[in-house]
Design a protein around this ligand. Structure first.
Ligand code: FAD
Length: 495
């Protein structure tokens, strides 16, 4: 995996750059010692590591604007970072870049129950938003499994999802507005507390922009009243096909569960060994289906889903009888990543989305690929959304295994696109899926997307090397001229 080569002219000015950054963020806000840079060398995609040139931890919007403005003026790259849980390498540092950590932006600024919104700083964790409002019976709906750690700024940048997104939408459906700082240090407000902001829908562009367009310094989110009742159903199936059909039939019956997750056998065994909540171990696939709403509606829908599961040959069925049992049903799924971490030295977490009907075919093909690459795979996924998370198990200390795991992962994502799906459901492109972008997008598509990037960041200083498989100069976009076999700007890496 190639990254842009470090700019030696920038590295030669390291001391001068650090001194300037210290003037903007005094005290402990600038970290430069090699041992102190280590914790920042990777994010959740730990296969790739690179200590940054320097870490800056601003505390105010003015400091963010001044840091960006300085970097813009002096040609220094910037990688924004929230909590560093990205599994696509979105926050992977560069050797010649500032890593801009937003962890000190950790305050809930305003809660408005009447208008059902909260204004928070980007470093507030996803779960902390729910914690701040649950006393009044509210919650923030998108719930990544990493919600205890990941920041809302990171969620905005990755358009993160979670178990409840099938019914309540992804981050993009739950964010009303942001404050946003551009690379030249301008502070913008995009969207806001009212439902429909005038002008172009820039908010739709900012959400999911993976730190490539600017830095989010404030987020206004929707909060929802907690449903009166929530119950979960555990349904075990003898085949992945029958579980997949149960998912399709439930949605076709007009039922939108609050969550609908599937785990295959290896994932069930790993999760049960980790949390001991009584998952059936003799089934090939396990569905966890959550229904919520007024008690009468919730109980009625639960019965309907039970009937659909029975028609599809479910061999075990358990409905939660109280809140503790509902949470226990979820405990294994929510802890599935660390559970797999216990049984494998390393794993790569993939994230592709497919049409629900393709589930059996894709899972079958994935098992064939596992045999071909001699690597195990455990599957857990947002079945209702068709969003797969195959975890490829490997051991980085064995020569060649990481490369084999990467190739296996790329084949899975190609398969997702081949059956009519997409490269990512919620984890973003980052560096992980960057080189596969041409599998899904034509050159024309990619050029248009890069034009948008150039409108915000003409010098490609924000998070370069992520998302786009080729590093263009904005000036040459769309008119690349090859003269006697030589590209313009031959020093630019074109991955
Ligand atoms: C165990 C585990 C489980 C996970 N489960 C889920 C899941 O269920 N659903 C899901 O969607 N994801 C999941 N993830 C992935 C990850 O948690 C999300 O992508 C999350 O949104 C990243 O947030 P972060 O604060 O850690 O961001 P970081 O990892 O720090 O950064 C992610 C990206 O956001 C950018 N960024 C961060 N803050 C800002 C900002 N203020 N302004 C502009 N850009 C910014 C960075 O440049 C980077 O590109 C999981 C990860 C782990 C490790």
């Amino acid at each position: 995996m190639k990254m842009p080569l470090p700019d030696q002219r920038v590295l030669a000015r390291r001391d001068e750059i650090i001194a300037a950054l210290r003037r903007i963020v005094p005290g402990e806000g600038v970290i430069e010692r090699p041992d102190e840079l280590r914790p920042y060398e990777s994010d959740g995609l730990t296969a790739y590591r690179q200590p940054p040139m320097v870490v800056v931890l601003p505390e105010t919007v003015e400091q963010v604007a001044a840091v960006l403005s300085y970097c813009h003026k002096h040609g220094v790259k910037v990688v924004p970072r929230g909590s560093g849980t990205s599994v696509s390498g979105g926050a992977l540092p560069l050797a010649d870049a500032v890593l801009l950590g937003m962890g000190k932006f950790n305050k809930v600024l305003e809660i408005d129950y009447e208008d059902r919104l909260a204004v928070v700083q980007p470093g507030v964790t996803n779960l902390a938003i729910t914690n701040a409002v649950e006393g009044e019976g509210f919650y923030y709906a998108p719930d990544p499994s990493s919600q205890i750690a990941c920041s809302i700024g990171g969620n905005v940048a990755e358009n993160s999802g979670g178990v409840h997104c099938l019914k309540y939408g992804l981050t993009t459906n739950n964010v009303l507005g942001v404050q946003f700082v551009t690379i030249d240090g301008e502070v913008l407000r995009i969207g806001g507390k009212a439902l429909d902001a005038p002008g172009l829908d820039l908010l739709g562009i900012i959400v999911g922009s993976e730190g490539l367009l600017g830095v989010v310094t404030e987020v206004t989110v929707r909060i929802l009243p907690k449903p009166e009742t929530a119950r979960a159903l555990l349904a075990g199936f003898p085949t992945v096909e029958s579980a997949g059909q149960c998912v399709a039939d439930t949605i076709a019956a007009g039922i939108i569960p609050a969550g609908m997750e599937m785990m295959d056998k290896p994932a069930i065994h790993a999760a049960e060994a980790f949390v001991n909540v009584g998952y059936p171990l003799d089934v090939e696939a396990l569905l966890i289906v959550e229904l919520d709403g007024p008690a009468a509606e919730c109980n009625h829908l639960l019965e309907e889903v039970q009937a659909i599961a029975n028609r599809n040959g479910a061999v075990t069925l358990r409905a939660s009888q109280d809140e503790a049992e509902r949470l226990a049903f979820w405990a294994g799924r929510k802890a599935a990543f660390p559970a797999v971490g216990r049984i494998s030295a390393d794993y790569l977490c993939m994230d592709g989305t497919i049409p629900r009907g393709q589930l059996p075919k894709v899972l079958r093909r994935m098992n064939e690929l596992a045999a071909q690459y001699s690597l195990d795979v455990a599957n857990m996924f947002h079945a209702g959304d068709g969003n797969l998370h195959p975890l490829i198990l490997y051991d980085a200390s064995k020569p060649g295994e990481l490369e084999r795991a990467e190739e296996f992962g790329a084949d899975i994502l190609r398969l997702c696109v081949e059956v009519g799906g997409v490269l990512t459901g919620e984890h973003g492109v980052g560096v992980e899926k960057r080189d596969l972008m041409p599998v899904m997008f034509s050159e024309v598509d990619l050029r248009q997307q890069q034009r948008l990037k150039c409108a915000f960041d003409p010098d490609s200083l924000l998070n370069p090397g992520k998302v786009f498989p080729t590093l263009h100069r904005c000036a040459e976009l769309g008119r690349m001229h090859v003269h006697r076999g030589r590209l313009p700007f031959p020093e630019l890496p074109r991955f």
